[in-house]
Write a protein that binds this ligand. Structure first.
Ligand code: 0GY
Length: 306
């Protein structure tokens, strides 16, 4: 039997005992961004991965879903599994109609393989441009993939660093599917939320069928989880960014946990506190209903009742 690879040094495991959120998520809330890692013994990690995580399997994910009061889940393929989608698909299938998936595929993926993924609940593919996570894929290959999934009604999930947007924007705009941007395009939150960089990102969002995940305050924050002078709540520096996106694009924003929070090096967030972050960026009940329920239902379960 093969021995398990050890975790990347300094790897932080998921929070063992998240608090119960003070904010009650509305019925039908969808977590549109979370992952499964392995378990490695059943679903080995990809040889070309850039990190080796802890095991974070579907049972733990679904326990957290229920603890937080989430109704449905979108499991996004993580880079540590490469284009082997079996752990993600297994999780999505196990959740019945309560989960959807976002896959990573190769340009030579066949129509039959895509139809099989669709039947399992996959509704999108992820293109990752973050250099510490993946080797670059030629844009021609990505276009081939986008052209193959467009007829299925799928979207493309984009993960990139904000500094790379100017170089990538034209390519993104040329893709034939709806686009979903991870983590608000990873803004530099030390710059103003109403400054030129974030405004540029929002202009890009405004150009087409572009959706934004208002996710990962814990990953974007510089002030971090601690209560600081003048910032009594965690991740205060990310709030103006989330709030601006929610206000300008109320019908195209999505929320997610990002559990199990890969590659965080300084702290592991309490998932309950991450739920309590939601009403700080979506300040009205209508904004919250759209962010948490209506928008993700439109994208992942169109036409279905909550
Ligand atoms: C995230 C963020 C990260 C990792 C991945 O697929 C992944 O490995 O997405 C990251 O390290 O920023 O969305 O989970």
């Amino acid at each position: 039997m093969p021995t398990a690879s050890p975790k990347t040094p300094g790897w932080l495991d998921w929070h063992p005992n998240p608090s119960r959120p003070a904010f009650r998520l509305p019925p039908g809330t969808v977590d549109t961004h979370c992952h499964v890692f392995g378990p490695q013994a059943a679903f080995p990690f990809a040889p070309q991965r850039k990190y080796t995580p802890c095991d974070a399997g579907k049972d733990r994910l679904f326990a957290l879903r229920d603890h937080l009061g989430v109704a449905r889940t979108v499991v996004v393929q993580a880079t540590c599994h490469g284009t082997d989608n079996s752990a993600m698909v297994d999780a999505v299938r196990s959740a019945g109609d309560r989960a959807r998936g976002v896959a990573s595929v190769r340009p030579d993926v066949t129509e039959g393989e895509l139809l099989e993924l669709h039947a399992a609940g996959v509704r999108g593919v992820r293109f990752n441009f973050v250099r510490r996570l993946v080797d670059a894929s030629p844009q021609g290959d990505l276009r081939v993939i986008a052209d193959k999934v467009a007829p299925l009604g799928w979207h493309v999930v984009l993960y990139f660093e904000s500094a790379d947007l100017p170089d990538l924007e034209d390519f993104f705009a040329s893709l034939p599917t709806p686009l979903v941007v991870d983590h608000m395009g990873r803004p530099d939150v030390t710059r103003p939320a109403d400054g030129p960089e974030f405004s540029r990102f929002l202009r890009f969002v405004d150009t087409g069928d572009v959706w934004v995940k208002v996710t990962c305050p814990e990953r974007l924050s510089v002030t971090g989880p601690a209560a600081l002078d003048g910032a009594p709540l965690p991740y205060a520096d990310v709030v103006p960014f989330g709030r601006r996106v929610v206000e300008e694009f109320p019908d195209r924003v999505l929320w997610g946990t990002d559990w199990p929070h890969p590659n965080l090096t300084d702290h592991m967030p309490d998932d309950g506190l991450l739920v309590d972050y939601v009403p700080r960026v979506a300040v009205t009940a209508e904004q919250r209903r759209k962010l948490l329920v209506d928008n993700p239902m439109n994208l992942y379960w169109p036409g279905e009742e909550i």
